[in-house]
Design a protein around this ligand. Structure first.
Ligand code: NAY
Length: 297
């Protein structure tokens, strides 16, 4: 089936020192991600700074990742935008360039306050790429959407032909499990909090999208093997390492820290765009020292 499974890396967007796109960095990164065991790429999401890019840049980044993946793993393009016309344009473009799925947040400046508004948004964007599965990107902490996601899935059921499920980026495992089980499991619900992946897997998650998979995919794969082989204590130890990793990087703007780490690992993706600031010399030194004490690196 066309369902997502396994670890899906939320990809970073590479910039030159002058802030322009450094697209030549994409192909080697994709080789690394696939070799490390990732089974998909989620492009231009939070991790990829989609909302900090121009529409043209978003198209270029999506195309670079789709080309580099070359159908070996599915590429999901995040097209959410405060302007629905732009989101539709990006969705249509994703279909044109041979991406495998489209995903979108709802607008966030004007809040989505009820099911009907959310349904209109999702229907408009999904129908702009009718041949691709569509995943609604549920990230209420960012969008401020007040819509209950279970009720939304029940409402949307059967009304949008290419609606495939959700990317669930919230911390409510009970709600996530309900999403997984709705209608006998007809929707994909893809987990989005790396520091709680073990819990999500215990509830039945088949796929997860994460920024830390750029670096730690082999570790998470080991955790999943441990879980599946009933080595729960070992799995818990690995999850704890990932939690400590995330805490350590969270000492500074998280994705800036991740990009620093990528550079240390030989993938210079530059820094993040404003408003995600870069680090001072002394901050990056402190970060490097902190990373040296992590068991998982
Ligand atoms: C995205 O769109 O890139 C994602 O949401 C991927 C999931 C990440 N969430 C955010 C908001 O960045 O991997 C997580 C997250 O970085 C990780 O759990 C550390 O908090």
């Amino acid at each position: 089936s066309s369902r997502l499974s396994g670890l899906i890396a939320a990809t970073y967007t590479p910039f030159h020192a002058d802030g322009t796109l450094a697209l030549s960095k994409v192909a080697p990164m994709v080789e690394h991600l696939i070799r490390a065991g990732n089974r998909g790429l989620y492009v231009c999401g939070s991790t990829g700074e989609g909302v900090s890019l121009t529409t043209l840049e978003r198209c270029q980044v999506a195309e670079a990742y789709a080309q580099a993946a070359n159908k070996r793993v599915p590429v999901i393009v995040q097209v959410g935008h405060n302007c629905i016309a732009e989101a539709k344009h990006l969705a249509a473009h994703a279909e044109e360039i041979g991406a495998d799925a489209v995903s979108a947040t709802c607008p966030s400046y004007f809040k989505v306050v009820d099911i009907v508004s959310l349904f209109e948004v999702v229907q408009a964007i999904a129908s702009a790429a009718p041949r691709l599965p569509f995943y609604y990107y549920h990230i209420p902490a960012v969008t401020g959407s007040q819509v209950d996601i279970v009720s939304f899935l029940q409402f949307a059921d059967g009304k949008i032909p290419n609606f495939a499920g959700i990317k669930y980026t919230d911390k409510n495992l009970a709600e996530f499990q309900r999403c997984l089980s709705l209608g006998g499991g007809k929707f994909d619900a893809v987990w989005g909090c790396d520091d709680m992946l073990l819990g999500a897997i215990a509830t039945g998650a088949r796929a997860a999208i994460g920024s830390t998979f750029n670096v730690l995919a082999p570790l998470y794969l080991e955790m999943i093997r441990d879980f599946e082989s009933n080595r729960l204590a070992e799995a818990q130890q690995i999850q704890l390492q990932s939690i400590e990793f995330i805490c350590k990087l969270g000492m500074y703007p998280f994705h800036t820290s991740m990009k620093e780490l990528l550079r240390l690992l030989g993938h210079d993706f530059g820094t993040c765009r404003s408003p995600q600031r870069s680090l001072s010399k002394s901050e990056s030194k402190t970060l490097h020292q902190g990373l040296q004490h992590l068991k998982c690196l």
